[in-house]
Design a protein around this ligand. Structure first.
Ligand code: ADP
Ligand code: MG
Length: 416
């Protein structure tokens, strides 16, 4: 029962591709999380060091403040080495009442007068208070009693601030880059697929064209003979030529910009169903349900026929040749034309729902997995409509929904 033409790997290809996508996503998240974690680690170490530096700074100020000797080399050295040497961490020392006393490593905006500078510093103090609790310097008298306080406010150095935001900036830039390249890539892939579809369809229509017109000529020849004109062979040949014409018509429509015309959807479906009904198992009944006024949509008839045919053939396969297909046509309140194709077949497992429209996906021994790809392409690409699975339940049935852009009724009797 093995079909030598059929590469039995088509399902696995689709599956492994989605697995690969999943793997890439996991890897990207891991790299992102890792780089944020690592730079946080460094930032925390730097933060710890800055904290120690400020404490040293505070102790030095305290020591200087409490040193009552006239002149002390050691104290001056401390001052030079620690207080002056801090070139990075913004610091404001305030009096007990919060009035700024000295500041360091702050960028004061230019052109502020004394009063404005004080206001600016006070505002900065509030900002710093949010970040870190101030360090208290105690001023003591000779007996070691505390008689005054000062506060040191500080915040992260510019370097530390940068380091904290850096990984997020970096990752966003990388993410934007990947998003853009992904879009460009899928755009060019879609364009390539388009070229393949169009090219192959045009070529097929073209190749069928020559023998078909010759067959038509032969048919005319047979018909011109009074003896052969009404024979079964002539009638059957005529039918087959009609079918070949239909196929050629479909391929040439897919290969060009198809002409859309307002059509009565119900009539179109009815004619393709009555054609299908004779060709499928007699144990499958196709019922048409039609609601409301005349439902008109702009469609390309040969292509839309193809959609209905593909959906019905899949339904027949899913029901193993026994069951009912119900086709519902109605107009939504927003003026869209809705076509539901419901079967009583085996249903589609949840995990396959996203895959059935992908080219090459099939669960059938002799399937090509192109039917639904074609259907989706016809509905969405050529008709600017939508197709999706409205519902599917295992061993109960599946309903496909097509949404087309409706147009005003073309009823000749009403418009006159
Ligand atoms: N009405 C349906 N009920 C259950 N499964 C369906 C139905 N229509 C399509 N499928 C599933 O989607 C797959 C892809 O369908 P299709 O693209 O037409 O390719 P093919 O018919 O060659 O398998 C089918 O193999 C089947 O598993
Ligand atoms: Mg199919």
């Amino acid at each position: 029962m093995n079909d030598p033409l059929k590469d039995n790997g088509s399902v696995t290809v689709v599956k492994s591709r989605s697995k690969l996508n999943y793997l890439i996503l996991v890897l990207a998240v891991l790299i992102g999380a890792g780089s944020i974690y690592y730079s946080n680690l460094i930032a925390n170490q730097l933060k710890e060091r800055e904290r120690e530096q400020i404490e040293l700074f505070a102790k030095t100020l305290e020591t200087i403040a409490n040193d009552n000797s006239e002149y002390n080399d050691n104290v001056m050295l401390l001052f030079e080495e620690i207080v002056v040497a801090n070139e990075t961490i913004p610091v404001i020392v305030t009096h007990k009442n919060g009035e700024p006393k000295i500041h360091k490593n702050l960028k004061i905006p230019q052109g502020l007068n004394g009063q404005e500078t004080t206001e600016y510093l006070k505002q900065k103090v509030e900002e710093m208070r949010e970040e870190y609790a101030p360090i208290v310097i105690a001023n003591k008298n000779d007996d070691g009693e505390v008689f005054n306080y000062e506060y040191i406010f500080y915040q992260n150095s510019f370097l530390l601030t940068q380091l904290q935001y850096y990984p997020y900036v970096q990752l966003s830039v990388i993410a934007v880059f990947f998003l853009l390249s992904y879009l460009a890539f899928s755009y060019s892939r879609a364009a390539e697929q388009n070229r393949v579809w169009v090219g192959l369809a045009k070529e097929t229509a073209h190749q069928l064209g020559t023998p078909l017109s010759s067959l038509m000529a032969w048919l005319e020849y047979l018909k011109s003979d009074p003896e052969l004109e009404n024979r079964e062979i002539t009638r059957e040949l005529g039918k087959d030529i009609k079918k070949l014409e239909l196929i050629t018509n479909r391929f040439s429509s897919i290969g060009s910009v198809p002409v859309l015309q307002p059509e009565n959807i119900f009539q179109v479906i009815q004619s393709s169903v009555s054609y299908l009904q004779t060709r499928i198992s007699s144990k499958v009944k196709i019922n048409l349900h039609f609601e409301g006024d005349e439902v008109v949509a702009e469609i390309n008839k040969p292509l839309f026929d193809w959609v209905i045919e593909n959906l019905c053939k899949n339904a027949v396969d899913a029901m193993s040749g026994i069951g009912v297909i119900d086709i519902y046509v109605h107009r939504s309140p927003e003026g869209k034309v809705i076509v539901d194709v419901a079967d009583t077949g085996k249903g589609i497992p949840k995990n396959l729902l996203t895959q059935i429209f992908q080219p090459g996906f099939t669960t059938k021994k002799r399937g090509w997995g192109l039917g639904l790809t074609l259907v989706k392409r016809i509905v969405e690409h050529y008709h600017k409509g939508k197709i999706f699975i409205k519902s599917s339940e295992l061993n109960t049935g599946t309903t496909f929904r097509i949404i087309l852009n409706g147009s005003a009724p073309v009823s000749t009797s009403k418009t006159g």
